[in-house]
Design a protein around this ligand. Structure first.
Ligand SMILES: [Zn+2]
Length: 372
């Protein structure tokens, strides 16, 4: 009885994030009921506690009644706005982490997170680990810098959070990639853990590959290795390789590594949730999040398979509205029909639009919104 009473104090969204086994695989019924409810609650909360956001909504003519009718009408804040001002919601909690985007294109976003927001973020990573990666015992070898050294850039922060789930070691120190230490540690830890997660930007794996080829090193631990790429190519776009080529590079480094254990994860600083890939390489959208591409000519939601600018409705952050018009082009690949056999919507992020394009889009969208 006592347990039931204390559970009642936990917001529904937290129960879904922390406990639900199929959180990343919500079927149609869950999306129509629970997802809709979480998004409406989140909208109402930010609308009532964030003056800037309320003004923005009022300007677009969208209020609570409109959102009750269709939650996809929730006004999206162009990510460019996060680069120019603080969009802090008065959550009654202080900021414990100001997170920065990597800002390779010049401008940097700062997102203020309070404790509740960070805990939900950590919860979503835990859930993905338990129910998407299905890994119980692992060590994480990060082909990147520590959060302190990377000065709170979001992805390094994500890695420091993962340290609360599995022990994590960083292999970029003073801007130097410690390849030899990494190779040494893979051997050192191989018997202590079921799985060795190697996580990093794709360019770091290419660096590792170059070193191993030059030194004629191969590692015969394919059954233990789990490769996760994150963050895309960014300023290394010129060196980018296709996913298929990337997997071949991995196979050359790690004999026997399973294709389905080479996965990408999407995250961006404005999003309080990671998008993990299932074993079929599809990025599954959890139930507290809605993602839809917007056709830039019609401003309508694009049909499945059609590329558009991705809009995100994330119900999980409390210290800022997680309603973001991103700078990424993408498309919906599966609706309850991913080859992995699980339910839910899957999204493919096609590419990041450049700053000039995104400024243009943001202006167009703002104009469109204020004309409604
Ligand atoms: Zn899948």
């Amino acid at each position: 009885m006592g347990k039931a009473l204390s559970l009642g104090a936990i917001p529904t969204i937290e129960i879904e994030i922390y406990q639900r086994e199929d959180a990343f695989f919500p079927g149609l019924e869950t999306r129509l009921s629970l997802q809709k409810q979480l998004l409406i609650e989140s909208f109402e909360y930010h609308y009532n506690n964030n003056k800037l956001y309320k003004d923005f909504c009022d300007k677009t003519g969208i209020g609570i009644n409109e959102v009750y009718a269709d939650q996809r009408l929730i006004p999206l804040i162009p990510s460019i706005i996060f680069k120019s001002m603080s969009v802090r919601t008065n959550s009654g909690e202080k900021t414990v982490k100001s997170c920065l985007s990597s800002g390779t294109q010049g401008s940097v976003s700062t997102i203020e997170r309070d404790n509740t927001t960070l805990e939900r973020f950590l919860g979503s990573i835990r859930n993905a680990n338990d129910n998407v990666y299905n890994v119980e015992d692992a060590i994480i070898l990060n082909l990147g810098a520590s959060s302190e050294e990377a000065k709170d850039v979001w992805f390094s922060y994500v890695m420091s959070v993962s340290d609360m789930i599995f022990p994590t070691i960083n292999y970029v120190q003073n801007e130097v990639f410690k390849v030899e230490k990494l190779l040494f540690d893979i051997q050192k830890y191989k018997d202590d853990y079921q799985v060795i997660f190697l996580i990093g930007a794709p360019i770091m794996f290419l660096e590792l590959h170059k070193y191993m080829q030059a030194s004629n090193i191969k590692i015969d631990l394919g059954h233990k290795i789990f490769v996760i790429t994150a963050g895309g190519w960014k300023k290394y776009e010129g060196q980018s390789v296709s996913r298929r080529e990337f997997k071949n590079y991995c196979l050359e480094m790690f004999i026997g590594v399973e294709h389905e254990r080479i996965r990408d994860v999407f995250n961006m600083v404005e999003l309080n949730t990671i998008l993990p890939e299932c074993e079929c390489g599809s990025k599954h959208i959890p139930l507290w999040l809605d993602v839809f591409p917007i056709n830039l000519d019609t401003y309508e939601v694009a049909k499945p398979g059609e590329v558009g600018l991705l809009g995100f409705l994330d119900a999980s952050p409390k210290s800022y509205p997680g309603f973001v018009m991103s700078g990424d082009l993408g498309k919906i690949t599966y609706v309850d029909n991913c080859p992995c056999g699980r339910n839910g919507i899957c999204v493919d992020i096609v590419r990041r639009i450049n700053t000039i394009e995104s400024r243009g889009c943001a202006l167009k969208i703002e104009k469109k919104l204020t004309q409604r």
